[in-house]
Design a protein around this ligand. Structure first.
Ligand code: NI
Length: 255
């Protein structure tokens, strides 16, 4: 049993054939999937997909690149989705300074991030964090705004020093396709050094297909390649990685 803790079956690329995508995942031993939203529509769709299969769950919220022009009314509508029984976390939320360069817009991302952390606390849910080129600010926000139920650094790309800081503020570390890339020094080091009970696996599909499929449309079945590479790096069996990361995901997301 393996849990893909972050995939986007609600992305057009996967949604058009999602029943078969799920079937292939199950055949590969990926028994449980978390479908992640990035705005109201995609969050609603994540829930609809979760309703179609008892082993699919939803994560709903606003990605930092999708917050512009969101009215209070729409925000509240999205947050009301958090009460749905198949929703296991609020996400993906956070900071993205790769796509957003203007200071004012980055400040706006921070305020929105904190606003969603408050909602997660109100709803007793963990969070799923997207952090790109913004690691210091992301850490600062988490230090200043306690997340009661913890969360996960989705597709964590920082090094082991920052990893320790994120662990201190209650975060788990999730690794995806990049850990399999030949030149990916940081994720490989993190895979070895992360406490085994804080490690999660994911695909972030349809993005970030692992080696040797890099560049193709990613899908949850490929979580297996991530598990295999982590097992190789830690010098443990594939089954141990599968079992431990599943246990961790169940603990964090309370399923
Ligand atoms: Ni994502």
């Amino acid at each position: 049993m393996i849990i893909d803790t972050h995939c986007h079956l609600n992305d057009e690329e996967l949604y058009k054939d999602y029943k078969n995508v799920v079937k292939r995942a199950k055949e590969a031993g990926i028994t449980t999937l978390f479908v992640v939203g990035w705005d109201y529509e995609s969050s609603k769709q994540a829930i609809e997909i979760a309703e179609s299969d008892e082993n699919i769950f939803a994560i709903v919220g606003y990605h930092p690149c999708n917050i512009e022009g969101v009215s209070d009314e729409e925000f509240d509508k999205t947050m009301s989705l958090l009460d749905h029984p198949k929703v296991v976390a609020l996400g993906e939320i956070g900071l993205d300074y790769y796509w957003v360069k203007e200071t004012e817009k980055r400040e706006c991302q921070k305020r929105f991030f904190i606003r969603q952390i408050n909602e997660a606390n109100k709803h007793n849910l963990p969070i799923s964090i997207h952090c790109r080129d913004a690691i210091d600010d992301c850490l600062r926000v988490l230090k200043e705004n306690h997340v009661n139920k913890g969360g996960v650094m989705h597709c964590y790309s920082g090094g082991p020093e920052y990893m320790n800081e994120f662990l201190k503020v209650g975060m788990y570390i999730s690794l995806g396709g990049p850990v399999t890339f030949k030149n990916a020094k940081a994720p490989k080091e993190v895979a070895i050094k992360v406490p085994f009970d804080k490690l999660l696996v994911e695909t972030d599909s349809p993005y970030l297909a692992p080696h040797p499929l890099r560049g193709s449309v990613n899908e949850p079945a490929n979580t297996l390649l991530v598990v295999q590479e982590i097992a190789r790096l830690r010098n443990v069996s594939e089954e141990e990685v599968a079992e431990q990361t599943t246990k961790n995901a169940k603990r964090l997301f309370n399923i």
